[in-house]
Design a protein. Structure first.
Length: 94
């Protein structure tokens, strides 16, 4: 995986590369099309990034964002790192 991407995430969130790798390993066998798993991932990433994600933001991430289709429709094709970076990006932008 490209270190530049890890560096950008770390610069904006103070989350270390190893923490992202460990998170990716923890969701490898989870179905990220399952809304509960996605909500858990959102909360985990928000906590790691020091961001507040209330119910309204959580719903917006899941239902009202352009990456929604990517998260749901391509989740079976994406590796865990890609899923995590998409959610990190959404949380950072909100």
């Amino acid at each position: 995986m490209n270190n530049n991407l890890f560096n950008k995430v770390e610069k904006k969130t103070n989350v270390k590369k190893n923490d992202i790798i460990n998170l990716a390993k923890s969701i490898q066998n989870k179905n990220m099309s399952d809304e509960n798993n996605l909500r858990d991932l959102i909360h985990t990433i928000a906590n790691m990034a020091g961001k507040d994600v209330d119910k309204e933001k959580e719903d917006k991430i899941i239902y009202d964002n352009p990456a929604k289709d990517v998260i749901y429709n391509v989740s079976q094709l994406m590796d865990s790192f890609s899923k995590i970076f998409i959610v990190f990006s959404i949380i950072i932008l909100i």
